[in-house]
Ligand binder design. Structure first.
Ligand SMILES: Cc1cc2nc3c(=O)[nH]c(=O)nc-3n(C[C@H](O)[C@H](O)[C@H](O)COP(=O)(O)OP(=O)(O)OC[C@H]3O[C@@H](n4cnc5c(N)ncnc54)[C@H](O)[C@@H]3O)c2cc1C
Length: 343
């Protein structure tokens, strides 16, 4: 059976991998000229944090998100399973207690426990929450690993696919009994009209005076920020949440807030080199929950909001199950009508 996947963000690549691993003949069509050129996934922090995300997300996000750690670890050797840490300065201790009330699967740490996990944070915080069952990855390396896995499975990823080429291929696939999986992110608003954009701004900095080995969230009443190690002295600092579908440049206020939080985590961030400033627009439905839905014969996988890397594995599994169930139902109907003709 043939499947065309539209979009090579994390949703599209994960769906293509799931389908190809189940034996389908898959082709990915991506509008951008190269991996990450036009996708939100390129700017993600790469946190796989189902339990921390419970602070603001529905239980479904944690339930689906727990699938992600093993899925990524099996397909991307760069997946780091070292948990995550949540800290707050003394004056924001109430924020830490509130975070604890809203989440689960953590352990309270005192100063010595923090230092044991992250020696460079020794003496900086009195208390922290440690979520041992979480992980993180470098999103760009993870996307490249999925693309490499697809190549090994014989799946072409065609970049620079224009609208006409996509339309021709999807019509041909559908006419031949194949399926289309639409993972175009925010661009799918032409069909999914309640999809909206939530802009996120991020920085990548480089410094050698501090070494962190797991994501650290710094709580603050106005601008909670996280810092994710990327290796080789690089750290991603993110991310703002702005109701906007415009991937415009970072504002001065956001820059101050991101850098201020990093500096509050450790003053060595004041000496960091700014390597990159980026913005991505997260595709989100009104309830901020993802959807896998079958509309007019096409499977739409969208609304990954701030959980693309966390949720893509579970959504890809659901999409593959949906495609195979539809194909089986069709096969049963065909067999039934063949039997009737023979009778
Ligand atoms: C700053 C920031 C930090 C984040 N941090 C995290 C995090 O730590 N953990 C986490 O899990 N998530 C995080 N996210 C969220 C995550 O990045 C998104 O949920 C995810 O990228 C959405 O993926 P997607 O594949 O649906 O969309 P996209 O990544 O936008 O991919 C859609 C693709 O479809 C292509 N396309 C569009 N139209 C067409 C067409 N007509 N034909 C072919 N292709 C088309 C686009 O070019 C694009 O490549 C973060 C997001 C931001 C912005």
């Amino acid at each position: 059976m043939r499947a065309i996947v539209l979009g090579a963000g994390v949703a599209g690549l994960a769906c293509a991998v799931e389908l190809a691993e189940r034996g389908l003949v898959v082709e990915v069509l991506e509008r951008g000229e190269r991996l990450g050129a036009e996708c939100c996934s390129w700017y993600a922090g790469g946190m796989l944090a189902p339990w921390c995300e419970r602070e603001s997300a529905e239980p479904l996000v944690a339930t689906l998100g727990t699938e992600s750690l093993a899925w990524w670890a099996a397909r991307f050797p760069g997946t780091v399973l070292r948990g995550s840490l949540v800290v707050a300065h003394g004056r924001d201790a109430g924020e830490l207690r509130q975070f604890a009330r809203r989440t689960e699967r953590y352990q309270w740490l005192e100063s010595a426990g923090i230092a044991a996990l992250e020696p460079d944070l020794a003496g900086r915080f009195n208390q922290a929450l440690y979520f041992a069952d979480e992980g993180h990855l470098d999103p760009r390396a993870a996307l490249a690993a999925l693309a490499a896995r697809l190549a090994a499975l014989g799946v072409p990823v065609r970049f620079g696919a224009d609208a006409l080429a996509c339309q021709k291929k999807t019509l041909a696939a559908q006419a031949a009994g194949g399926t289309v999986i639409d993972c175009r992110g925010l661009e799918a608003r032409d069909v999914l009209q309640d999809l909206r954009g939530v802009k996120g701004e991020m920085l990548v900095v480089r410094l050698t005076d501090v070494s962190l080995t797991r994501p650290v969230r710094v709580l603050h009443p106005r601008f909670p920020v996280y810092i994710v190690p990327r290796g080789d002295g690089h750290y991603m600092i993110g991310a703002t949440m702005i109701e906007s579908d415009q991937p415009t440049r970072i504002t001065a206020r956001s820059m101050l807030e991101l850098l201020g939080a990093a500096y509050a985590l450790h003053p060595a961030f004041g000496e960091a080199e700014i390597v990159e400033i980026g913005t991505g627009v997260r595709p989100a439905f009104p309830d901020n929950l993802p959807r896998v839905q079958l509309i007019g014969g096409t499977v739409y996988v969208n609304g990954l909001y701030r959980h693309g890397f966390l949720l893509a594995p579970a959504l890809a599994r659901q999409a593959a199950e949906c495609v195979l169930a539809a194909a089986n139902a069709l096969e049963v109907m065909r067999a039934d009508s063949r039997e009737r003709r023979l009778a």
